[in-house]
Design a protein around this ligand. Structure first.
Ligand code: AMP
Ligand code: MG
Length: 518
């Protein structure tokens, strides 16, 4: 059994209205709300690592009580159910109150190391924040969230986690491409886990309403619970805290750029205060390297959330958070000024470290900029698979560089032919640069392979797992979970999971185009 200590509901003001109806919630940061029971819960998959971290035995997890709890049909001793109140900027505009429209918390549990985790069911039914939607989630998006959050964890990318994936035995009606073709899809619930699910939008909402008292309460709470490492000194506590958020966000952006992850909906309500990847929706993994690529069909025109713009958008989001916090700051201008300067500094430093390692340099040198940018330009124009390129680059013999080692990373023969000379020239320059470092080939290869994943949750792989699970076979979910547990190690017999996107997947729904419908 888990030990619960539900600090958020104990320490922060809650909603007095206990009925479950859509409304504006003023003067409170959460509303009590029970999950809506489902017909026939079935535990489809779980994360063994997450269960272990929480101190849960797998036998417990598969017990009827736990399966019922993971589906929202019952609360176990110590659990308490609520949804939190937040706002957000969506696609650049202030969207007012949003809130947990389909995520319902089960409380905060503390493991035997004293670590605190919030548990949350996504897709557990309507809440006061559901607006016009149903509070439910479909199996396809739930599989994507479940697999990707665990994959990101194993890649070393800060993220919320997933404990379990449950099917509900009920259907959910969705018009996947908003084109007037709604269908009934299988419903599911993911149990998500994080030390804190607090988002930028949690602070923006009370600030937008001029509720300074509530904003202060939330800041004090977040500092005490989620940032215990910050010195509790007198005076301006907001500034060092905001700087810490900027640093964490900068590091997160470097990780996303390093592994080729595109979030797809970087609205401020989807930005974690702890710098975690949060809310896996129409995200995608870069196959052929394309800075302008966005997996989100809703974003196809503006490309606000495309791969290369993520660091800039994160900065924009931090500016919105700074504005919200400025309403209660002793020195309102200092937040954005100091914090964003720090954001840029940490981003540049960490990007340098990460990409020096990706390219096999022992350290970043500003003179490497051209070499790296030329590689990006070549990869883009010649449609080179990002993940395979870096994996293969690690195998190149710098004494006698052979461009054919990289050929597998090209999607199109005609583009390979067209860029063959450019590739050879670039590789020769790169080899010379790496050779000059004087590192032994074995050491360099190992260092490169430690930051360049072999296995990522390629969009088409997730889609294959979804297609099979929808037909009743969850096997590939388990297989992917297993492979993605060790993303940096080549796994014998599992080469297929490292292969570049097959031709059929290039324009298939779910493989390259994803909508927000989930
Ligand atoms: P997202 O862009 O998916 O992060 O969601 C934005 C807002 O819409 C959040 O407040 C969500 O809780 C809410 N939302 C998304 N899907 C649903 C749904 N099916 N039912 C209720 N609320 C939803
Ligand atoms: Mg969201």
């Amino acid at each position: 059994m888990l030990h619960f200590d539900n600090r958020l509901v104990r320490e922060l003001p809650g909603d007095n209205d206990t009925r479950n109806h859509t409304r504006q919630v003023l003067g409170a940061l959460w509303s009590p709300v029970m999950p809506t029971p489902v017909a026939a819960p079935r535990l489809l998959a779980h994360s063994a690592e997450m269960a272990q971290e929480l101190g849960l035995e797998e036998n417990d997890l598969y017990s009827p009580q736990w399966v019922e709890a993971l589906a929202g049909n019952t609360l176990l001793p110590g659990m308490t159910a609520y949804a939190t109140c937040y706002g957000g900027h969506q696609f650049g505009s202030w969207a007012r109150q949003l809130g947990d429209g389909r995520a319902i918390f089960l409380g905060e549990t503390i493991n035997d190391k004293g670590q605190r985790f919030e548990l949350q069911l996504k897709g557990a039914g309507p809440t006061p924040y559901s607006r016009r939607a149903d509070g439910r989630a479909v199996l396809r998006s739930s599989i994507r969230e479940f697999l990707c959050s665990e994959a990101m964890h194993h890649l070393g990318v800060p993220t919320t986690r997933a404990l379990a994936l449950v099917t509900t035995g009920e259907t959910v009606n969705r018009d996947m491409f908003y084109d007037g073709h709604p269908v009934d899809e299988p419903g599911a619930v993911v149990c998500r886990v994080a030390p804190s699910f607090i988002r930028f939008g949690h602070f923006e909402l009370p600030a937008s309403r001029g509720d300074e008292a509530l904003l202060r309460q939330l800041v004090d709470f977040t500092l005490a619970r989620d940032f215990p490492e910050l010195p509790a000194h007198e005076g301006d506590r907001l500034l060092p805290w905001f700087v810490a958020i900027c640093e964490r966000t900068a590091r997160l952006m470097v990780h996303w750029m390093r592994v080729g992850f595109v979030h797809g909906v970087m609205n401020t309500d989807n930005m974690s205060i702890l710098g975690l990847t949060i809310d896996y929706g129409p995200y995608g993994w870069v196959d052929n390297f394309d800075p302008g690529w966005t997996p989100n069909t809703t974003d196809a025109n503006g490309r606000r959330y495309c791969f290369a713009r993520q660091p800039e958008i994160a900065r924009w989001n931090l500016e919105r958070l700074a504005e919200a916090l400025a309403t209660i700051a002793p020195d309102p201008d200092a937040l954005a000024l100091v914090g964003l300067e720090r954001y840029g500094k940490i981003y540049n430093e960490e990007f340098g470290k990460a990409f020096a390692a990706k390219f096999g340099f022992t350290a970043w040198d500003d003179e490497d900029t051209d070499l790296i940018e030329d590689a990006f330009a070549l990869m883009h124009r010649a449609e080179v698979d990002m993940t395979l390129f870096f994996r293969r680059l690690a195998q190149v013999d710098v004494g006698a560089p052979d461009p054919s080692v990289l050929h597998e990373a090209f999607y199109r023969q005609e583009l390979l032919t067209l860029h063959a000379a450019e590739l050879a020239t670039w590789l020769a320059r790169w080899s010379e640069r790496v050779h000059a470092d004087g590192e032994s080939p074995a050491t360099r290869t190992a260092r490169m392979n430690a930051v360049n994943p072999c296995y990522v949750l390629r969009n088409y792989l997730a889609q294959q797992a979804i297609d099979r699970a929808t037909k009743g076979d969850p096997g590939m979910i388990h297989e992917l979970l297993e492979v993605l547990r060790n993303p940096y190690a080549e796994q014998p017999g599992r080469q297929a999971f490292a292969a570049k996107r097959p031709e059929w997947a290039q324009h298939k729904a779910g493989c390259s185009m994803l909508s927000c419908s989930s």
